[in-house]
Design a protein. Structure first.
Length: 254
């Protein structure tokens, strides 16, 4: 890593810390000077410190990086524990944000710049939308949460386990492709429900109906069968004999 690249990466470490500190400092802007553990300056310095420790650990000396992380985390944690005792505040968000700022600063030097920048922006978005996220959480019912978790399990746990090949003597049934179709149908249904929930009964039903009709049209025309499903359809025994059956296949899938 040359000097110019190092300066650029340290600048990103500084920027990530500054961005997170801007949000944390703004949220506690009404506090008197010296009555908060970490604000704009502290988070900026934590991010830059992470970048410096990352630069010093480029030769593979991860022990130094780990020591820096433990030292910074211990110091910030001690001060935030004292602040929490005085304010009777049990929140650990600022402590976690400080630790993440250090890690992102180090990753900006040791890892990918775009990933570090994206993770920093995502962190600020989560921190800045505290009220919105908490309100959204209070509005979710257990059946809705269970449905979302079930859809996630279908996608990320079961789908990778299914073989992506035909398993029947007629070379038609592909468990991976069939389960992917099931997930797509469930996702469209869940998405329509979410639109109605967010936009209200009237506008939500109109938007959900438009989304549903568009998906039907795309599936019938074979545009949104996705690459695996299109490949699966084209490999069916009758695909070459009668191409029009592919359109009927899309209709049947939906």
């Amino acid at each position: 890593m040359d000097q110019t690249d190092l300066i650029l990466r340290l600048g990103l470490s500084f920027a990530v810390g500054f961005l997170i500190g801007l949000e944390r400092g703004w949220r506690e802007r009404d506090e008197e000077e010296g009555h908060r553990t970490a604000g704009l300056r502290t988070f900026t310095l934590i991010g830059l410190m992470g970048g410096i420790f990352g630069a010093l650990s480029q030769g593979g000396n991860l022990v130094l990086l780990a020591a820096g992380f433990v030292t910074v985390g211990g110091a910030v944690g001690a001060f935030m524990w004292r602040e929490g005792q005085q304010k009777n505040d049990l929140s650990a968000t600022s402590l976690v944000a400080a630790l993440l700022t250090f890690l992102l600063g180090a990753y900006a030097v040791l890892g990918d710049l775009q990933v570090a920048a994206g993770a920093g922006v995502a962190t600020v978005i989560i921190l800045a939308n505290k009220e919105i996220l908490h309100e959204w959480l209070t509005r979710i019912s257990w059946p809705e949460l269970r449905s979302g978790l079930l859809l996630a399990a279908m996608t990320f746990m079961l789908l990778p386990l299914l073989p992506d090949r035909t398993v029947d003597p007629w070379n038609v049934l592909n468990p991976h492709a069939l389960w992917l179709m099931t997930i797509l149908i469930a996702a469209v249904s869940f998405g329509g429900y979410a639109i109605v929930k967010l936009a209200g009964p009237k506008a939500g039903l109109i938007l959900a109906a438009l989304l549903f009709m568009k998906n039907i049209a795309d599936v019938v025309e074979g545009r949104t069968l996705s690459a695996p499903l299109q490949t699966y359809a084209l490999e069916l025994p009758w695909a070459d004999e009668d191409p029009d059956l592919l359109r009927q296949f899309g209709d049947l899938v939906f």
